[in-house]
Each structure stands twice: as structure tokens, then as C-alpha cells.
Design a binder for this molecule. Structure first.
Ligand SMILES: [Zn+2]
Length: 303
């Protein structure tokens, strides 16, 4: 048996938007059962944007949503943390259009939700269960989901950069065996310093710095403190995938596999799945045990 989850109390964070460079205040607020994850833009009269694939409108540098002209950008790291902790229902208030980047990973959002505490609700938790394989391709890159009794992500990236090549470009994580919090949550976003400088001249990536990203020169990592995991690059890409998949609206039960994927391909995959209702079902676990378990405060001692 597994019930829906929200947070116990409102928690707040303040940070910079990596693309906009704007300071943004964010509050996570408990929400009732069956509410879902919904963004509320306080700077435009409290307009709502649901965290769902139907509202994705930005997939180039990050994943962004839009509802009736109201945008919320760079949602993937927060969505990843909410997915990993199994938070079904929460209101995310923002006073600007971009979720703060914090340190470029999902660990600060994990910490924020843990500080609020997690509460189980009266309704059973919905899972998005993959019943048949769905695959999308784009040139030589591809992404697919297939049935699996749990939640697993297998990814291969292919960068020419020496540090990325040496770090290992292939990884498979079965989240019932390996801890998202330990293995994935601290992995930061990354980019080439020369690309950031070029984008900043075009008013993009205005908030990017070495305090929220791994900066790469042509052959090295420029951050003084180095890397958090030896294979932090592929781990961050898996963090992004976990966040993008949560835009199905519920935690997925299935196996995601991909080669050189990004937000664009993830968006195409989710749209392809949602267009074929015979490939999935929404399932609750009322008597039997669910194949996925989520962090609870009792686990803290073991993590
Ligand atoms: Zn990312």
C-alpha cells in the first residue's frame, strides 16, 4: 500500500535563475491530495502552470513550461528532487519566471523538502506504469521506455571532451537498488566556459557561474574544488532525465534507456507515450506493495 505525499509545511529558498540571471524567491507549499505539482507565479497575479508534459514549451537549454502566456523556466532539477522523494502534491510559488538554480544540482531542493518534512495523505498514490515499449529517435540519438518492475534509468552520453570521456559516459541506475540521494542528487550541470561567454554576450546564461555549474575549458575542469563524483557528467544527465520524466504527472514505473538524449528528446518521448494510451496505465497499490519506495524520515539513519 502506498499513499500520496506532500510536504508538512511551507519552506522557502532564494537564488538566481541560471538563464535569466534574476534573483527569485521560491516557496514550496503543501497541497491537497490529487492536486499535483503546480507552479504559481506571484509576480503575474498568481497565475498557475501545471508541471505536465502538456505545458512544455522550452527544451533547448533547459525544460520550461507555459500556460496562457505565463512561463516557468528551468524546472528539471526541482522536478527531479520532487520525483525522487515521491512528492505528488505541492504548490511552487515563484516571484519571477525561472526556478532558482541553487548549486546546479538537486541536492538543495532535496534538503529543502527534507527540512519541510514529508506527510502521507489519505488518497492512494498514482503511478504511471509503462506497459509497452515506446521509442523516439533524432539523428543518431534515441530514447525509449519499456516495462520494468521498478524505476531504472540507463544512459550513454557521447562528449569529445577529455575529462568527460575519462569520467565514464555510460551508467545505469536502478533506483530500488541505488540511492538517488547519495548517487545522483549532488551532480551539477556543466558547460564549456567559451559557450557560456558566447551566450552571455547574447543575454543567455546570465546567472551561470562556477558556484552553480561545472565549467569546462577545452581539456579540463576549471572549478577549484574539482568534481563531486568521478562520473558527475553522466550522473547529472540522469538527474535531468528523472526530472523530465516526472512531467508525466506521476512517478513512472518502467525502464528509460537513452543515447545522447536531452530535454528535447525527453519531451518528444513523453509526448509519444501520452499519445498512445495503450502503452501505459495509471495504477494504485492499495493492497500489494509498490515496486518503488521513497525516502521517509525513518530512513535518515541508514542513508
Ligand atoms: Zn540539468
Amino acid at each position: 500500500m502506498i499513499k500520496q505525499r506532500t510536504i508538512k509545511k511551507t519552506v522557502k529558498a532564494r537564488g538566481i535563475g541560471i538563464h535569466s540571471g534574476r534573483i527569485v524567491n521560491m516557496s514550496l507549499i503543501p497541497a491537497e491530495a490529487n492536486h499535483g505539482v503546480v507552479f504559481r507565479r506571484m509576480d503575474v497575479g498568481g497565475k498557475l502552470v501545471r508541471a505536465h508534459n502538456a505545458f512544455v514549451n522550452e527544451v533547448v537549454l533547459s525544460t520550461g513550461l507555459e500556460n496562457q502566456g505565463v512561463k516557468v523556466s528551468t524546472v528539471e532539477h526541482l522536478m527531479s528532487a520532487l520525483s525522487a522523494l515521491g512528492i505528488d502534491n505541492v504548490i511552487v510559488e515563484l516571484d519571477s519566471f525561472e526556478v532558482p538554480i541553487m548549486d546546479g544540482s538537486s541536492a538543495p531542493f532535496i534538503f529543502l523538502v527534507q527540512s519541510a518534512g514529508i506527510s502521507e495523505q489519505s488518497e492512494y498514490k498514482n503511478f504511471f506504469v509503462i506497459k509497452e515499449e515506446v521509442r523516439v529517435e533524432n539523428n543518431d540519438s534515441w530514447a525509449q521506455v519499456s516495462p520494468y518492475d521498478g524505476f531504472k534509468v540507463s544512459l550513454e552520453i557521447d562528449f569529445e571532451h577529455k575529462k568527460i570521456k575519462d569520467s565514464g559516459q555510460e551508467l545505469s541506475i536502478d533506483f530500488s537498488q541505488q540511492s538517488y540521494l547519495k548517487e545522483i542528487s549532488r551532480a551539477r550541470t556543466f558547460g564549456y566556459m567559451k559557450d557560456v561567454e558566447m551566450m552571455q554576450r547574447q543575454n543567455l546564461s546570465l546567472g551561470a557561474s562556477m558556484s552553480n555549474a561545472i565549467a569546462l575549458s577545452d581539456d579540463d575542469v576549471l572549478n577549484e574544488d574539482g568534481m563531486r563524483y568521478h562520473n558527475e557528467f553522466v550522473k547529472h544527465k540522469i538527474l535531468d532525465i528523472v526530472g523530465d520524466l516526472f512531467l508525466l504527472g506521476s512517478n513512472m514505473i518502467g525502464h528509460y534507456e537513452g543515447y545522447k538524449t536531452g530535454h528535447l528528446l525527453n519531451d518528444q518521448l513523453l509526448s509519444a507515450i501520452l499519445e498512445k494510451p495503450e502503452t501505459w496505465e495509471i495504477k494504485t497499490f492499495e493492497k500489494e506493495d509498490s515496486p518503488i519506495h521513497f525516502y521517509s524520515e525513518d530512513w535518515q539513519k541508514t542513508l
